[in-house]
Design a protein around this ligand. Structure first.
Ligand code: HEM
Length: 539
């Protein structure tokens, strides 16, 4: 058939007219469908009675926007201020800002599972890991196997790798590029300003490289591998964006809309796969007792099954993200709050220098654990700037879930956002003030046992319950050792005239507090600064 001829004919005009007619009918159907959907979501949805931003009630793109922008943790806080303890953050999702909700939703007997948010995390279908598994039975098996790598004995045997990296970290922050000699700073000389977020990233990545792949990434000493931090940050960011609206991935929109973030995530996946393959080759033929050693060896006591090769990649992938980015945020946060609060720094320095008389005494031990002020500084830093600041979404299972007197129906997504509850004045009086004392009973007449118990009941940087952080013990070993050693070795101060990591009133809503360590929520966190100068401490 000669097409141009056909379109010149009356028949051609009719066909085009028919097609236009069908298209307009489809368009009308689509608009009507969307309109009805909006009316349903606003007026008739089981969550219609809950307040929230109009856009959030009708579409998950509201969450996608804040996930992309990196202020989702602040937005949760703002909405709870505006709408009260319960608000709707998506058509099918509600956020509850209370310690009772925290316990009910995340506790051991809760009638929930992880939501579809987590379905976008694994790079392939067979690499669901302990963190991204939605199915409860599958998670339980993986967690049982993984727990071998986190036993007290395993952590003890890995401590030497942590300590080696902490030593390098301490000498790096004290080196003095200003004099171009790399000589350690001396007692009467302040060193050059150091970007603490960068150094904390290098430290925690090197530790995880050592523990997962049998070799540090050597970021503390060399530049070559430092770009991986950016790749990993983008991988986490991609997961957050897609998780808030998994339909984006289903329709392949992620490549078009978030090209750069998508590409960097792919590069990270390729990198981690290569590292896992290299470590798998070494197998058990090594005297290194790292995560891989335990993962290769471990068998589920109930089924006798270990991890398959894709599962091993999935787990190592997870451990790098879960163990590095989070721990570096917590440590950088502690440095930030110490240099912004000199009296707290003095008090901590007194505790450390009066407890230890030699640097090498500082390692995981009952003596380190007896440093209550050190622990309070770490916890207060994680309260103020939680490394995972947003919400961990859970889907209610058949039978519903009763929370704070509300019956939440099956299928609804529910959670308690960390940054918001950590700044809830019902649990933390003066919530934006950095006060380690609030964690120590008797530090002032107001800090009673009841007050500390109340603060503890809402404290959740590691989440709680069966899906809570398996690496919490390991993280505290790394955090307490690193901070105590840095304080033992150096005096420190905020570098004059350089701002990073602080708020800026003219810059962005919610970031106006200059003495708050500001994070970009990427499910974990992106951060910068503070710039700190160090000087050798005279003992
Ligand atoms: C300050 C440091 C850390 C913080 C704040 C932190 C925080 C968290 C949070 C909030 C979760 C729950 C995530 C969710 O429900 O989606 C989690 C889970 C997890 N974390 Fe951590 N984490 C830290 C360090 C570590 C370390 C050092 C490791 C391992 C080396 C680790 C491994 C894991 C794993 C495997 C899970 C998944 C647990 C499960 O689902 O059963 N984390 N972490």
């Amino acid at each position: 058939m000669n097409l141009p001829k056909m379109f010149n004919s009356g028949l051609g005009v009719e066909v085009v007219g028919l097609m236009l007619h069908i298209l307009s009918l489809l368009l009308i159907a689509l608009v009507t469908f969307l309109l009805l959907l909006v009316i349903y979501r606003i007026a008739f949805h089981p969550l219609a009675k809950y307040p929230g931003p109009f856009l959030a009630k009708i579409t998950d793109w509201y969450s996608v926007y804040h996930a992309w922008k990196g202020d989702r943790h602040l937005e949760f806080w703002r909405c709870h201020e505006k709408y009260g303890p319960v608000f709707r953050f998506g058509p099918n999702s509600i956020s509850i800002n209370s310690n009772t909700a925290l316990k009910t939703v995340y506790g051991h007997k809760s009638n929930v599972k992880k939501s579809q948010f987590y379905s976008v995390f694994p790079p392939t279908k067979d690499t669901f890991n302990t963190h991204s598994s939605i199915d409860k039975a599958s998670h339980a098996r993986k967690r049982r196997v993984l727990s071998h790598a986190f036993s007290d004995g395993a952590i003890k045997s890995m401590e030497k790798y942590i300590l080696a990296n902490v030593r390098t970290f301490c000498s790096a922050i004290g080196s003095n590029p200003q004099t171009l000699t790399e000589k350690a700073v001396t007692k009467d000389q302040w060193g050059a300003a150091q970007n603490i977020s960068d150094w904390c990233n290098y430290l925690t990545f090197d530790v995880m490289g050592d523990l997962c792949f049998g070799k540090a990434f050597e970021m503390l000493e060399h530049h070559e591998n430092r770009h991986v931090i950016d790749l990993l940050g983008n991988a986490a960011h991609m997961h957050l964006i897609l998780g808030t609206n998994p339909a984006i991935k289903t329709f392949g929109l992620n490549k078009a809309l978030f090209r750069e973030i998508y590409n960097k995530r792919m590069q990270y996946m390729a990198y981690s796969k290569a590292q896992a393959a290299e470590r798998t080759k070494i197998g058990l033929d090594t005297d290194r007792k790292d995560f891989f050693y335990y993962l290769l060896n471990a068998r589920d006591p109930e089924t006798g099954m270990g991890f398959s090769t894709p599962e091993l990649w999935g787990e190592s992938n997870l451990l790098i993200i879960a163990g590095s980015d989070t721990t570096s945020t917590a440590l950088a946060g502690a440095f930030f709050y110490l240099v912004h609060n000199p009296s707290t720094l003095d008090k901590l320095s007194q505790e450390i220098t009066s407890t230890f008389s030699d640097l090498e005494e500082i390692h995981s031990s009952p003596t380190l654990n007896s440093c209550t002020y050190l622990r309070a500084v770490m916890d207060e830093a994680m309260r103020m700037s939680p490394p995972v600041g947003g919400i961990l979404p859970r889907e209610v299972l058949p039978g519903g879930l009763e929370v704070d007197g509300m019956l939440i129906p099956e299928g609804v997504v529910v959670g308690t956002p960390h940054y918001a509850i950590h700044h809830n004045p019902a649990y933390y009086p003066d919530p934006f003030a950095f006060k380690p004392e609030r964690w120590i009973v008797g530090s002032s007449p107001a800090v009673t046992k009841e007050a500390v118990d109340l603060a503890q009941s809402a404290f959740c940087p590691f989440s709680i319950g069966p899906r809570g952080c398996i690496g919490k013990g390991l993280a505290y070993v790394e955090l307490m050792t690193s901070l105590a050693r840095a304080v033992y070795l150096y005096e420190m101060r905020l570098a004059p005239g350089i701002t990073a990591g602080e708020g800026n009133p003219s810059f962005e809503w919610g970031r106006q507090r200059k003495d708050e360590f500001q994070l970009r929520d990427s499910f974990t966190s992106m951060k910068d600064g503070p710039y700190v100068e160090f000087r050798e401490r005279i003992h």
